[in-house]
Write a protein that binds this ligand. Sequence first.
Ligand code: 13P
Ligand code: SF4
Length: 303
Amino acid sequence: WELVRPLIQEIEELKAEKDALILAHNYQRSELYHSVADVRGDSLALAVAATTHAKRGPIVVCGVHFMAETAKIMNPDRVVLSPDPSAGCSLADSISADDMRHLRQSNPNIPIVVYVNTSAEVKALADACCTSSNAARVVNSFEEDTVIVAPDQHLADWVRSQTTKTILTWDGSCEVHRLFTTSDVAELRQMHPDTHVLVHPECEVSVQESADFVGSTSQLADYIERNRPQKVSLLTECTMSDNLRSGYPQTSFVQPCSLCPHMRKITLESVRDSLKHGFGEVHVDPDVSRRARRSLEYMVRVG
Ligand code: 13P
Ligand code: SF4
């Protein structure tokens, strides 16, 4: 902390001068997450905070690119900064606007719900967005008996377990969460019989089924807050355990570690440079933005 203190001080001064809002996803590096962030949370919390927070200056999104793009779509008149615009996401890369057009053509009259982990163009071609914390609610809000949930096949499995509707999906997956296996869970339970196994719905269905609880990153954090387990295993990006550990000194965090290389790209240095020089400003075509906003607003309304 001593090494990064001058950088944190510089960011705090820039923030005050510009009335900037810094949003940080739960997977962000601890030295950033626990210092300069005004709002910390899952994808849904960040999307909502971008529109509701009182600060009126630039919005700096410490997360991957689709999160910054989502903030821009929800706030077209604000300056939105992505400290490293090359911070992508394997799920967002797994489906293109052309894929969406084909999906629509081959499945007329079937609503398409897309995960927030998608590009603005893909959101613009969907009927609604969802995050991992509200996917089932969004799907169940449609009258149709069949709904497409894309691009994450594992999130689609999670929704399937919470609805009577037929769920069609795509073959996308998260490069971080697909690494967790049921053998990991069996090993954890053997070595730590008292551990609470908490799993993100981007893990494959057999891993979801072996969990004590499945939820979005913030829902996993809420589980720990409510239950105060002595031992917990978070099967999600492992920076999240680092971020929670200091708040729960009585809890041991035991799990295999899988890091998201895209989330790691955001650093205190890149946040400082972005705020100082306006690097990484996000632009979205106004027509795409307007149509994508409809999908996001639907999600916020029902989810
Ligand atoms: P959450 O919405 O649960 O924070 O998930 C975002 C994400 O990218 C998980 O890999
Ligand atoms: Fe995308 Fe997976 Fe990284 Fe989340 S953890 S941002 S889904 S690659």
